[in-house]
Design a protein around this ligand. Sequence first.
Ligand SMILES: Cc1cc2nc3c(=O)[nH]c(=O)nc-3n(C[C@H](O)[C@H](O)[C@H](O)COP(=O)(O)OP(=O)(O)OC[C@H]3O[C@@H](n4cnc5c(N)ncnc54)[C@H](O)[C@@H]3O)c2cc1C
Length: 416
Amino acid sequence: MKTGRALIIGGSLGGLFAANLLRMIGWEVDVYERVADDLAARGAGIATHDEMFDTLRRLGVVIDDTIGIRVSDRVFYDCGGKVIATLRVNRYMSSWVRFYRPLKDMLPEQNYHFGMNFTRYEQTREGITAYFSDGTQANGDLLIGADGIWSAVRSQWFPEVKPDYAGYIAWRGMVEERDFPQALRDEIVPIHTFCLPEGQYMLTYPVPGRDDDTRAGHRRTNFVWYHPVTEEKLKDLCTDVTGKCHGVAIAPHLIRPELLTEMRVLSRSLFAPQIADTVDLVKQPFFQAIFDCASPRIAHGRVALLGDAAFVGRPHSGMGTTKAALDAQYLIDALIAADGDLEAALADFDASRSLFGSRVVERGRWLGAHMSAHLTKPKHLRTPEELGHRAPDITMREFGARLCDIPDLAPIARRQ
Ligand SMILES: Cc1cc2nc3c(=O)[nH]c(=O)nc-3n(C[C@H](O)[C@H](O)[C@H](O)COP(=O)(O)OP(=O)(O)OC[C@H]3O[C@@H](n4cnc5c(N)ncnc54)[C@H](O)[C@@H]3O)c2cc1C
């Protein structure tokens, strides 16, 4: 099979899945990551899907009980702290770094370049060149934009495509299991909790602790609180004590203390006491504004986009990293099927993954509609989705539903 050299922009999970899978079929790869230091300090909890585990197994990663915390109960609380519904599940909740580390370690060090800020590409019939802000350049046969939601690769091609703000943010944070008082630990840490006062969406779930430790006593609890805020308030949230606005995101340590107090007071007024107590225990809460984004095309010439650079669904399906893995896997399977014919493989990739990606975006909008509408539409004008009156058991089933149980997505998740 014909192979070549791939330049991969972005060294997070999408880029690493693509790099390792391409190496498996004989490609040379180089990954260029803008951040100068190891990314392992990124500390978010994530829901997982079996389809991502399949891709990891294909790369030789062992999937066993150390891959995350196995959760068997989802519990829905009312605002007073009473359990109003439960659901039996069998899912692993894990952390971003648990997947980053093995994927990064399997790539030879000399092929992963930190501190390389991609600025633009130029392509011809013979090859493609990537340019970086330090004045260097690299040549290859294929360029993969795995550079996330604000993708510079996508922006060169589609400057008009911008991520859409969903109208809400996610407050997040982690608590070490040992920092919980005993009774709260026993109640909250092992389970996946839900609490949904009007317009809000609060979840907690366990994730591995330091050094990916999954043993009881060493875990962490992650909270994610989807909370409507106007664009004006988002600017305020992203403004530090000196008055400098950092755009639509701000480093956790720069969030103004009074905003953290405001968040905690609001959490106490909205959520079950057990959940508010958990939020109070978080030492360094942070937030992410929720956006979605759809690229009109994801391959042209020698360029392909994957993961969040291609399509970003709102995170309610807990599927972003799985989608990045499946995008990378599809690309490799399309190359194998086309016997290395890049043009044919990219045409196949563009058509199939665009369909999958746009459905992921639609599903995220549907699941998040009641939060988007909360501050923007009077109640009498809202659709049933925007009113968000789902029964607790349905909410718990829909959030992070298994990919194989979603009729719109399951049949097109992989290359058949
Ligand atoms: C609140 C929230 C909760 C989430 N929960 C889950 C979950 O439970 N499960 C799940 O699977 N997913 C979840 N996600 C989504 C998940 O984090 C993303 O989908 C996933 O990280 C996408 O991976 P990626 O590699 O495509 O992009 P990213 O992880 O964004 O990586 C892009 C990389 O490109 C680099 N880069 C950017 N620009 C350049 C440049 N110019 N030059 C070089 N490098 C560059 C960046 O530094 C970064 O390392 C959640 C997201 C949010 C916001």
